[in-house]
Every structure is written in C-alpha cells, then in structure tokens.
Design a protein around this ligand. Structure first.
Ligand code: ADP
Ligand code: ZN
Length: 745
C-alpha cells in the first residue's frame, strides 16, 4: 500500500527515488470539500511528495484523499503544529497541465477547487498499482514419472515460452492443481510475476482504415493537417446525420495515435452506445477504454489507472471523462457537441464542451467538435474564424436524407382520445406493410403527464415539488420526475373521495404505445425510454433488436434520438413537435431544431427511401419551416442575429443564482439581500429575484437571480463580490451558482 511498498520495489530494482529533503516540509493539499482553498500539511520524514501527488490527509476526525497543490505556503506556519500527510499513493502525480485545468475550471465556475480536483481522482481503489499476477514458466526437462496427466501439462506448456497461470494451466490440461504444484516442486516450472493484463488492448491506427474520398477526404485532410502542425486548434465538423463524420474524426484519432499521444472522445450518451464501441474496434482493432457512471467500479478503477499510466490510449466517455488525468493527452473529440447532456448541473456546474476547449488550450493540442446541428455558440466561433469549420453536406454512399413534411394538427386532428393524426397512422401502415420500421418520437416518459379528478378537479401534484405527478402505467405508479417521489396509482380522489373518476391528461410514450397497439394489433412494438425496467443492459439489447429488425414500431423518448443506426427505419413520426418551444428558455428554438433534426435523421440511413412527419399546431413557426425546407443555414442566421441583438450568449454572458431554503420567506429574503449586494458596474445587470418556474423542489423553495453581462465583462469578479458582500448564509439557505446556465427552470 502507498509509498512504502513502492520504496521497496524501487530499491529492489535499484531505482533511485528522489531524496526527501532533511527539513520538515509543508505543502498545500486540496481536499475534496467545499472549502475555498488548499489546506497545509506537514510532509513526514521519508515521504516524497511533489505538486500533483495524490495523498491521504486527515481533516477533522476523517481521512480524505487529496492532491498536493502548487503555490507557496505561509512561512509563518510551524510545521510541527500541522498534521502530517497520512500516506502518499503510488500513482503518478497529476500533471501541471491537469492542475492548471482544475484551477481554471474552479475559477471560471466559482466552484471550490477541491471539488473540481475530486473529479480527477475519484476512484480511490485505483490509486495503488494492481498486484502482479503469479504465473508459471516452463524451465525445460521432464518430470520424474511421466503420468498421462503430466504429459498433458507438458504438451501444453512445454512448447512455447508463454507463461501460464497455475489455475489456467490446470484447467486447460484437465488436471488438478496438485499435478501442477508437483511439477513445479520438481523444478519443471518456475513461479514468475507478471504485470496484470491491460484493461484494453492498444488500438492500431492502421488496422482497418476505410477508403476516404470527396468531401470526407478534404475534411479529414484539413483536420489531420492541424494535428501535424501541433499546438492548439479547434475544428468543427458540421455534417448532416450519416455523412460520415465519425470516419473523418477516426482519421484524426489515427494520426494522434501515430504520434504517440492519447485521445479522449466525449459522447453524450455513452452508456447506450455499444454500437460506437464496436465500430471503433472494427476500425482500430481494439475497444477504447470506456468511462461513464454505469461502469462497474472495478472497471472504472482499471480504466482510471490505465489512463494515468498511459496504458489506455483512447477513452470514449461521458462528460466526466474530461477530468481523467491523462498522461499525455493529444486530442479531444466532442461528438454531438450541441447536446445538452454535456452540461453538468450538480455540485460543480460546468459545460464539458466548453471546458474541453479550455483543456485543449492549456494542453496545447487540437480539439474537434462534431455535430449535425452545431450549437449557436460553435457556429459563431466558426464564423469568426476561431474554429475551422469543415462541411459534409450530404449523406455517405447512396443514403439520402428523409423527406420531411409537417402535419398541421388543426386540419388533421386525431380521433377523440388519440394523439396520432390519420396522416401519420396511414404512413405507419404503409411502412410496416413494406416490412420496414417506424419510429414515433415523444420526449415524455410514462403514460400521462397529469392526472386529475373529473369530479372535483383535483390535480395530483408532488408533495415536495411544484410539478405534476406523471402516471407510469407499466409500473402502476404516479411519479415526480423532479425528485423521484412515487406512489401507487390511486383509484379514488384524495380530495373528494370519488372512485374511478381519475382521468389521464396528455400523452407519454406508454400512452402512444397503447394507441399504436389499438390501430396495429399485429405489429411488434417496443417502447424505449430511460425508465425501462432492466436498466442500461436491457436498453442495449432492445436497441440491438431494433437494429436487427425485430420490431415494427418503436415508440421512444430522446433515448432513441442519439447516434443509433437502424437500417430498416424509414419513417419517423414526431408526435408533438411543439413541445419544447415555449418554456421560457432562450435556447428553446435552437434545442427544438436540433432535437427534431436529430430524430428525423434516424430514418433512411441505408439508402431506402424515407420520410419524416412532424405533427405540429404551429406549422408557420420558423423552427418548423427551417426543418422542412432543409435550410438550416437560414435558421441559424436568424437565431444568431436575434442573440446578437439581445446580447445573449455567445454575444453576452449569463449566470444564474438559485437561492433555496426550507421556507419561501427565507429564500426570498436571502435572494433580495444578494441582489442588494450586487456591485454597480456598467455592462452587468441583475434580473430578479423572482420565484423560479420550479418554485419547489424536494421541499425547498427556490428563487432565482439572473446576471446578464456584456461579452467582455468580468462576470466572475462581479459574482464573487456579490456573494462576499451579500448576507451571511444562514440556516437552510443554499446558493447554486451556474455560470453559462442551460436550464432556466
Ligand atoms: P455520421 O457520423 O456523420 O452520422 P457515419 O460516420 O456514421 O456518419 O457514417 C454513416 C455510414 O456510412 C456508416 O454506416 C459508415 O460506416 C458509412 N461510412 C462513412 N464513411 C465511410 C467510408 N469512407 N467508407 C465506408 N463507409 C463509410
Ligand atoms: Zn417531487
């Protein structure tokens, strides 16, 4: 454990470990707690630490894992009065690059540096090397008595110089372990120790490179050029779904691997992209290291360690992979860069896409952003020349984009109690007649978003949140999608006591499935949503089944929108295209455009003629018009002009503060106090406080302030001053600070 065992190994191998200075030293250590800076610790005699070393330190009565940080210590501190570092782990220190990155993220998001650093070291069991694996090596010679069992062992192990594990050899030869041990005792085998097998094999950049031509070739050449040139460079691959963007960035990865550098690929929904991992393996001969929250802890530890030691060359991961302390990172790819899943809204509020650009700048290496519907921010960076944009305007091969049409729901209403227009139903019928697949998309889990009593009008609401309880019929529950509160679906109204008069209002995917089954009783239908029983494993299986054509009609939430390739899917129906348009979010139009393009892009990936039907009550809305005209350029131009006029991101800056407390009055008073403490600066103004649209979450009352600044304003200094001059945080009051917010609830 810790440094002691490695000291021993070090001296065994005659390595010279850096000598510890004679004097007692004091070092700053970041601890994983919400405190403003590093704490000072004494370095015990004989322990070697340097900035970046991962250590264990006491804080109060508890031990924490921390990182030795940069910076001077207070000379006035008497090392003898400081508590000593408990132990130093035997793992490479976090690089200067990584430490600078942590400091940068902490300063930008105004999060405690220890909480940011914790994201880089969060697998404690990975901090010490894995034990060596015991193995047997054949030394030559024959056993004293050649029994049939011994002969079988020799047959296997006596030929090649490959070491065997004791149990592996016994198993392969079909003998008991005692046979092996007997032979070892006779000096036929010697016991050796081998490093544990790597968590993933090394990817080979030239394993199966495809032929790349036309626009793909130009795009790849441009990006590979920037990799060869070295240094920071940001490129944006803007290409329609199925245009071959992945193949293009695989070229960039190959070039980086050839240069001996590590690669990070960020994906928004890694738990569901087994198809991606397979595709990577087909191209590079080995899977990338995986990193996401569904990975078993043991696997996470191995991947973390592999990344730090350089054994793992490529990681494909969710946003948290950005904080993996790579040994020598040389390229970051951000696939689906527009995806809201890159924003973390918990503890440290950060946008992994934006922070990845910072990571690349600090590390002085290239970054590639990839999307069929780039964010307005990235488009603007492309226009201003900060990013180099490469375009892939058409699908690869003979696949064509689907024909998109709007269904005006005012003119073609569904049957009473239904949500699917006759036009969409007819299209589904034709599609399944042709033995092709249809996808119905509705971004709403469960059966119905609201249940009410027909007699007294009572609406079922979460007792702790200001949100309706959503009925989930498969689970016979009504659930709060904010906090997870749930109860058995009631039969009687709790208000007036009337039995059997509760009605479901509005559709969720389960309800659409019911309607589909009524119209197409013989079709095979699958509902895909994140609350599918059986979790990620089941979802992966279902997605594979869909890809193989084992379903006729898929009804899904945005889970099916991302990245999947369903060869037989030729019809996509959007049940409610208007859903995200009017929620007070400045990005509502952009988000809706992106989501609808993404979902309709699931159709026609393999050359079959395909269609998209978008049900809407607002066919004249610019988003709907942009989608059907296929003129994304015009849509973005308008959107960019509007943002510029309103000085909204990326032309201006926003930060949001949510003040919450156990009582409404406490939250409001504190929020008002903060507002009063805001410095007077030209170029930055504070809006609010106002009760948040989600006024109550988990029993906490919420008020929000929105800080709006011009692009060149010092938002961080402003926010810091506001918090410092504001009222002392007392009682149940909590403040959540979100720089560059994506959510306005
Ligand atoms: P995107 O990432 O833009 O959605 P993909 O990279 O997934 O597009 O490409 C779409 C399809 O075309 C995939 O099935 C992919 O295997 C195939 N494809 C793309 N480029 C090539 C190429 N150069 N050679 C062979 N197949 C390709
Ligand atoms: Zn709730």
């Amino acid at each position: 454990m810790g440094k002691d065992s490695s000291d021993l190994l070090g001296s065994l191998f005659g390595e010279l470990l850096p000598e510890a200075p004679a004097q007692v030293r004091v070092v700053p250590v970041l601890v994983p707690l919400p405190v403003p800076g590093a704490y000072s610790y004494a370095v015990p005699e004989g322990m070697y630490v340097e900035p970046g070393s991962v250590v264990q330190v006491p804080v109060g009565p508890r031990q924490h894992i921390g990182v030795v940080w940069d910076g001077e210590n207070d000379d006035k501190l008497d090392p003898k009065k400081l508590r000593p570092i408990t132990l130093a782990f035997d793992c490479p220190p976090l690089s200067k690059e990584m430490r600078d990155f942590v400091d940068w993220v902490s300063a930008y998001t105004l999060s405690p540096p220890g909480l940011v650093a914790r994201m880089a070291i969060r697998a404690p069991a990975a901090l010490d090397p894995e034990p060596m694996v015991e193995a047997l090596r054949y030394l030559g010679g024959q056993p004293e008595r050649l029994t049939p069992a011994r002969a079988r062992v020799l047959d296997l192990a006596g030929e090649e110089e490959i070491p065997w594990t004791r149990s592996g050899l016994a198993h392969a030869a079909g003998v008991s372990m005692s046979v092996i041990d007997g032979m070892t005792a006779q000096g036929i085998f010697e016991t050796i120790f081998l490093p544990p097998p790597p968590v993933v094999a090394r990817p080979d950049p030239d394993y199966a490179a495809p032929r790349i031509e036309g626009p793909q070739k130009e795009a790849a050449a441009e990006i590979v050029e920037s990799i060869k040139a070295g240094g920071f460079a940001a490129s944006l691959i803007d290409g329609v779904t199925g245009s071959g963007k992945t193949e293009v960035y695989f070229e960039a990865i190959a070039e980086t691997l050839r240069r001996g550098k590590q690669v990070l690929i960020l994906l928004p929904e890694i738990a569901l992209t087994s198809a991606f991992l397979e595709r990577f393996e087909n191209r590079f001969g080995a899977k990338p290291g995986e990193w996401h929250s569904d990975l078993p802890p043991r696997m996470r530890e191995k991947v973390w360690r592999g990344v730090v030691t350089g054994e793992v060359r490529v990681v494909a991961g969710a946003r948290s992979a950005l904080f993996l302390p790579f040994e020598e990172l040389g390229l970051i790819i951000i696939d689906e860069e527009h995806d809201p899943a890159y924003k973390q809204e918990d503890r440290v509020f950060y946008n992994a896409r934006d922070m990845a650009v910072v990571r690349a700048r600090i590390g002085d290496f290239p970054i590639v952003l990839v999307s069929a519907t780039p964010s307005v921010e990235s488009q603007v960076n492309g226009l201003s020349g900060r990013y180099t944009t490469v375009h892939l305007p058409t699908r690869f091969g003979d696949a064509a984009l689907p024909d998109l049409h709007l269904v005006d729901m005012r003119r073609h209403p569904p049957q009473r109690g239904g949500f699917l227009s006759p036009i969409l139903l007819r299209a589904i019928a034709k599609t399944i007649e042709r033995k092709e697949q249809a996808l119905l998309f509705l971004n709403r889990r469960g059966y119905a978003p609201l249940t009410l009593c027909r007699v007294c009008g009572h609406r079922f609401q979460c007792p702790q949140c200001s949100s309706w309880l959503v009925e989930h019929r498969f689970k016979s529950q009504i659930q709060c999608h904010q906090c997870g509160y749930h109860e058995h679906t009631p039969e009687a109204c709790p208000e007036c006591g009337t039995l059997d008069h509760l009605v479901a209002c509005g559709p969720g995917v389960e309800r659409i499935a019911e309607e589909v089954e009524k119209h197409f009783p013989d079709a095979r239908t699958i509902v895909m949503s994140s609350d599918l029983l059986g979790g990620v494993k089941r979802m992966r299986l279902e997605l594979e089944a869909i890809a193989k054509g084992e379903a006729d009609i898929v009804i899904g939430t945005q889970l099916v929108a991302k990245g999947h390739n369903f060869p037989l899917m030729t019809l996509v129906g959007i049940v409610d295209s208007d859903i995200g348009l009017s929620n007070g979010d400045p990005r509502a139009a952009e988000r809706t455009f992106q989501l609808l393009s993404q979902v309709t892009g699931r159709a026609g990936r393999t050359g079959l003629k395909s269609h998209g039907l978008l049900q809407t009550f607002q066919p004249q809305h610019p988003v709907m018009q942009a989608i059907v005209s296929g003129d994304a350029g015009a849509f973005y131009e308008r959107e960019i002009a509007e943002r510029e006029k309103a000085i909204l991101p990326p032309f201006g800056r926003l930060a949001s503060l949510i003040v919450s407390a156990d009582t409404r009055a406490d939250a409001e008073t504190h929020a008002r106090g903060l507002r009063a403490a805001a410095p007077r600066v030209t170029g930055i103004s504070v809006l609010g406080p106002a009760e948040a649209p989600l006024a109550l979450v988990r029993g906490r009352h919420r008020f929000r302030l929105l800080v709006h600044g011009r692009r060149n304003s010092d938002m961080q200094a402003f926010l810091k001053a506001m918090l410092a001059n504001g009222p002392k945080q007392r009682g149940s009051v909590q403040i959540q600070l979100d720089v560059d917010p994506q959510s306005f609830l």
